[in-house]
Design a protein around this ligand. Structure first.
Ligand SMILES: Nc1ncnc2c1ncn2[C@@H]1O[C@H](COP(=O)(O)OP(=O)(O)OP(=O)(O)O)[C@@H](O)[C@H]1O
Ligand SMILES: [Mg+2]
Length: 113
């Protein structure tokens, strides 16, 4: 099992969700965050405005998946998020040790859904 954490541009969220749904990835957690990547100290645009401050609004998506869904989730996020410009985002993949569905007590591959 892996935990996929993606930082994307807020205006690409709908496209990323569409691509994930097409790839049959339907479970996710989202939150709004502030972040900066390798352009720290430079400008990046958000809603057409250039920002000189380092921290730019991003959407953080967390998806826990079984191994057979890892690549298709990465591909879907990339297809939805990529514009080819700086700030398109980043995907972090980490090993996921355990998952527990609270209602049933199920664990692991079954609990992930
Ligand atoms: N090494 C990192 N650690 C933690 N968060 C990161 C890291 N790199 C990027 N992020 C997060 O991802 C968001 C998007 O990063 P961004 O796309 O700007 O990456 P980048 O490495 O600067 O690539 P690019 O040159 O394409 O802009 C950042 O705003 C930040 O929230
Ligand atoms: Mg950047």
């Amino acid at each position: 099992m892996k935990l996929i954490t993606a930082l994307i541009q807020p205006h690409r969220l709908q496209k990323v969700k569409d691509e994930l749904f097409k790839a049959q990835v339907t479970k996710m957690t989202l939150n709004n965050v502030l972040g900066c990547g390798q352009q720290a100290g430079y400008t990046e645009s958000f809603r057409g405005q250039l920002h000189e401050v380092n921290l730019i609004p991003k959407v953080r998506i967390e998806i826990a998946v079984n191994e057979d869904f890892v690549q298709r989730a990465i591909d879907a996020i990339s297809r939805g998020a990529r514009t080819g410009k700086i700030g398109d985002g980043k995907i972090f993949i980490t090993e996921l040790a355990e998952v527990v569905r609270i209602r049933t007590g199920e664990r692991g591959k079954i609990a992930i859904g």
